[in-house]
Ligand binder design. Structure first.
Ligand code: HEM
Length: 403
């Protein structure tokens, strides 16, 4: 179907989709593209972008025509991690890594995550003013992942700093700065040290890295470079994204006390609220695919070898699927509308989705039960991450009123 012809407003002409600033307050722009140019060629970066829900679903599902093996970030070559694999190789690698994400491990994770949330909320309640990103939203996933991987306590803030830097490099080659390269080199040394320690200890521990070293399916094991890149992926995929979801969700609820109170009055609403938060915040701006052959869409041709960006936050606000898409609504009926696309779809559907949902749910449970009201701290501003890869709040200064 051809979109209605419309003159592109000047401000949305020649958009550089890799520029982090492009995605600061992007919804007016996404709405323009959703309506008028659902397939857009970004000349500066030589990549296509799609926005509509059905187009992203089609591309994620058509793994013959659109592959991950040539890279999922714009103009950045693939690495040996599972997210860059296709077909059988991807299934094998994902199965090996998933051995650290069994239902039994997830149950254990729930107890540990609850303990962490209770501790963090206890500490916040002692303060006159809190910084929700640092004190809860960022701390929970960072501690949980560090626990899963067995990262020594002292080293955790440093590792997190490297990961935040490495993630910025996902915006595109212009953003792979010296700082990003240094952070990556430091992470490689840190990985090597962890790896050697586990080998020296006979791989008897129960941390994720040991589970991955030992994992074997049909005689196949993860090799050393795969281990390194799964280790990076888990940190990049798991830390910033969940932080954004928790912080963004609590910030939205702080602005809407009626919805916040509804969660306290009826905690059975929380799982639906978790989905709405993840739809609304949509922590990843995009993932890319490469056309394995020429593909025609909207009368244009995506040529073999060209990349297409799947703009998840635009699809999550596609009015063809979501009623009143710009409204944050914990009562949204996803069964009548659509499932959000924040976790992607198809074979690469987020491996950590149940862990992320668990962390957001526990944060909502503990906060609504113990905090009467969350208010943005007077005179303090909200600060957002500027990125064309991950998005969300960097700071959320708040005052908590205990129950
Ligand atoms: C709200 C939080 C999160 C969001 C929004 C998110 C989103 C995503 C997205 C969009 C993808 C790519 C899907 C695709 O290409 O179709 C992905 C993949 C992945 N995510 Fe997440 N993620 C989150 C949390 C986590 C956590 C907590 C972990 C692990 C601890 C994790 C680990 C992974 C891994 C390993 C992949 C690669 C899967 C594959 O290639 O098969 N993610 N995630």
């Amino acid at each position: 179907m051809q979109p209605a012809k419309s003159k592109c407003p000047v401000q949305f002409h020649k958009v550089d989709f890799c520029d982090p600033k492009t995605h600061d307050n992007p919804y007016e722009m996404y709405d323009y593209f959703l309506e008028h140019e659902p397939l857009y060629y970004d000349e500066k970066n030589g990549v296509w972008e799609v926005f509509r829900y059905d187009d992203i679903v089609r591309i994620e599902r058509d793994t013959e025509a659109f592959i991950s093996g040539e890279g999922v970030r714009p103009n950045i070559p693939p690495d040996p991690g599972m997210i860059y694999q296709d077909g059988e190789q991807h299934s094998k690698q994902r199965a090996l890594v998933s051995s650290g994400f069994t239902p039994r491990q997830m149950r254990k994770m729930e107890d540990r995550a609850r303990e962490i949330v209770v501790d963090l909320v206890d500490k916040m309640l002692l303060k006159d003013e809190v910084e929700i990103v640092e004190d809860l939203a960022g701390a929970l996933p960072a501690r949980l992942i560090a626990d899963m991987l067995g990262i020594p306590e002292k080293k955790r803030p440093t590792v997190l700093g490297w990961i935040n830097e490495i993630t910025q490099g996902g915006c595109g080659p212009d953003y792979v700065t010296d700082e990003v390269n240094d952070a990556f080199e430091n992470f490689v040394m840190h990985h090597e040290e962890m790896y050697q320690n586990r080998i020296a200890a006979g791989c008897t521990g129960s941390d994720l890295l040991t589970i991955w070293i030992n994992a074997e399916i049909n005689g196949e094991k993860l090799d050393e470079s795969q281990l390194l890149f799964e280790h990076v992926l888990l940190n990049v995929g798991g830390a910033e994204t969940t932080r954004s979801a928790i912080a963004g969700g609590l910030q939205q609820l702080s602005e809407d006390p009626k919805q916040y109170d509804a969660l306290y009055d009826d905690p059975s609403l929380i799982p639906n609220a978790v989905e709405e938060i993840i739809r609304w915040v949509c922590p990843f701006v995009n993932m890319y695919r490469t056309a394995a052959r020429d593909v025609e869409m909207y009368g244009k041709v995506i040529k073999e070898g060209q990349q297409v960006g799947l703009t998840y936050p635009a699809a999550n606000r596609d009015p063809r699927k979501f009623k009143d898409p710009h409204k944050f609504n914990i009562f949204r009926d996803f069964s009548k509308e659509a499932r959000h696309l924040s976790f992607g779809l198809g074979p690469h559907f987020c491996l950590g989705a149940s862990l992320a949902r668990l962390e957001v749910r526990l944060s909502l449970e503990e906060m609504t039960q113990r905090v009467e009201r969350i208010r943005q701290a007077p005179g303090k501003e909200l600060v957002y991450v500027s990125s064309s890869f991950t998005r969300g709040l960097k700071n959320f200064p708040a005052v908590l009123e205990p129950r």
